[in-house]
Design a protein around this ligand. Sequence first.
Ligand SMILES: [Fe+2]
Length: 234
Amino acid sequence: MAVGCSHGDQVDPEARRSVLTFRDRWKPSVTFHLGDFLDLAAFRTGAVNDPNAADRAASVSDDLSAGIDFLHELRPQHILFGNHEARLYKLAASPNALAAHAATLTIQAIEDAAKKLKARLYPYNIRSYAELGGAKFLHGSMYNVQAIRDHCESFGSDIVMAHLHRVGSERARTIKGSTGYCVGMLARFDMEYASTRRATLAWSQGFAYGHYCDTSLTVNLCERKSGQPWLLPI
Ligand SMILES: [Fe+2]
C-alpha cells in the first residue's frame, strides 16, 4: 500500500480516516509513505526571509505532531522525504541560527519516529527511490501535465509516485514499456496555496494498493475527487 502528500496538519480528516480503515482491512505486508508527510509552511524560503509572509505564522508543532501521529498510525516500513521535508535539510545549514536549530530539531523528531517504527528513511533528490516488485517508489520532482510519464521514462521501470496531488497513471514511451502511477494526496482540497492556482482544480485524493512478487507488481488506485464520498474498494 502506498500513500503520499498528507501534509501534516493540512491532512483531510476524512482522507486520513479512510486510508487507515483501508489499511486495517487490506493488511498490507509493505506500506510506503511517499513523502510530504509534513507541510512545513513556516520553513518555506519565502516564509523565512519575508517578514510579512503569512506562512511565518504556521504552527510548526501542530504540523509536526499531526504528521508524526499519522505515521505512527499508518506504520509504513518505508518513509520517503518529499520536497516539503527537503526544506529542513536546506535550513539546517542556514546561517540563521534560529531557523537552523528549529530545522535540526524537526529532523531529529522525524528520525526518532522512524526509529520507533523501524522504518527506513529516504532522502529527497532526483535519483532517490525505494524498490519493490521491480518497481520504483519515489516522491517525484517534476511537476507538469505529463509528469507521471516523464518520471516513468526517467526511471525506466514501473513507478509509484506522489507529488502531483492527482491520482492517475500513464504509460512510458519506451521499448520495454512501463507504467507510472500517482497516488494523489491526503491533504485538504482548500489548502492555502490551492486558493489561486488553476492546476489545483485537478487535484484528487487517493492511495495505491496491490500485490507483488520478486520481479513484478500490480497497482490499483483508489481516487476520491473533491465533493465525492470516499468509496473504499474493500
Ligand atoms: Fe505534496
